[in-house]
Design a protein around this ligand. Structure first.
Ligand code: SAM
Ligand code: SF4
Length: 291
């Protein structure tokens, strides 16, 4: 594993850092292999195809893991909004007291217009404001609240700040998640950079510049990716809280195992030590503007 350099993020006194809640045991269901896009660097590219997870399998997977303390369900794929039963899934989860987050490219979210989304976060991922294969400018504003993910890569750092402003002004966005696309598929190694990925130093600079310039009111969730620290100590999490299930029923624990397909017969939550790092790479920093 490459040597890890920690960068300390500086933010001004108008911002405060939120204490991160105890990570929740989270089941990630890749409910479809279908997708209406072919994004550059997609970590799921090798699995894209035609298969859906049948609704009965979906219910079975969740029911089987409820005893293990699952609190949250993430739906993704492929493009989860393509699945014919996605609204049924959200409602079924709410009936079980489970919160749902849907990761989507935002091009099929109209189908949620009539749904009760009080227990559901529709999280639209964008790769730019005007440019890229998924710019914010191409997303139609829905009549319900959404959150956003901005996935950084070399060619879109410049549009992060104007995109954040647009999320707030046009969509009334309240939360922005920032992370970066890593080329784990090509390299099979989370830590290796390729010419298409931001280096960890470039990622840190992009985040620091954004934090220095952003003057809006969204809550900013920044993936630490194991390399960004702040002055406020956060509890380190050494155990994997994720379980991932694919349309064919295969299971993996750490999402970073996806490119290697390190499958398991049995999911465990909050027990398996992280085998990538001394701390979960998916931990984040949350910054909010002081009221
Ligand atoms: C595989 S996608 C599936 C859901 C949906 N189709 C979407 O793109 O939002 C899930 C999330 O992973 C992100 N993602 C895709 N490729 C990635 C990569 N190579 N590294 C990190 N995140 C990636 C996407 O931007 C999205 O936020
Ligand atoms: S929309 Fe999502 S699943 Fe589809 S290609 Fe892009 S990142 Fe991959």
């Amino acid at each position: 594993m490459a040597e890890r350099k920690i960068n300390r993020l500086i933010y001004d006194k108008e911002m405060r850092e939120e204490k991160i809640a105890e990570p929740m045991a989270t089941l990630q269901l890749f409910i479809t292999n279908r997708c209406n896009l072919r994004c550059k660097g997609c970590f799921y590219a090798h699995k894209l195809g035609q298969e859906d997870m049948p609704f009965e399998d979906y219910q079975k997977h969740i029911t089987e893991h409820l005893d293990l303390g699952i609190k949250k369900i993430i739906l993704l794929g492929g493009e989860p909004t393509i699945h014919n039963d996605i609204c049924r899934m959200i409602n079924w989860n709410a009936g079980k007291g489970l919160k749902t987050t849907i990761y989507t490219n935002g091009f099929g979210i109209e189908k949620f217009a009539q749904e009760d989304l009080s227990q559901c976060d529709i999280r639209i991922g964008v790769y730019g404001l005007k440019n890229s294969e998924r710019p914010l400018a191409k997303i139609r504003k829905p009549d319900f609240p959404v959150t956003f993910v901005y996935m950084l890569r070399k060619d879109n750092v410049i549009e992060l700040l104007p995109a954040a402003r647009e999320m707030e002004e046009r969509f009334g966005g309240t939360k922005l998640f920032i992370s970066a696309i890593r080329d784990i598929l090509k390299t099979q190694d989370y830590w290796k950079d390729t010419d298409e990925t931001l280096t960890f130093d470039e990622y840190f600079s992009a985040i620091q510049n954004f934090v220095d310039s952003y003057d809006g009111n969204m809550e900013i969730h920044i993936a630490r990716r194991g390399v960004i620290e702040t002055d406020i100590p956060q509890e380190k999490v050494h155990h994997c809280r994720f379980g991932n299930i694919f349309p064919d029923g295969k299971k993996i624990i750490c999402p970073f195992d996806i490119s290697r397909e390190i499958t398991t017969d049995k999911l465990v939550f909050g027990i398996r030590p992280c085998n990538k790092n001394s701390e979960c790479l998916l931990r984040k920093i949350v910054l909010a503007r002081k009221k």
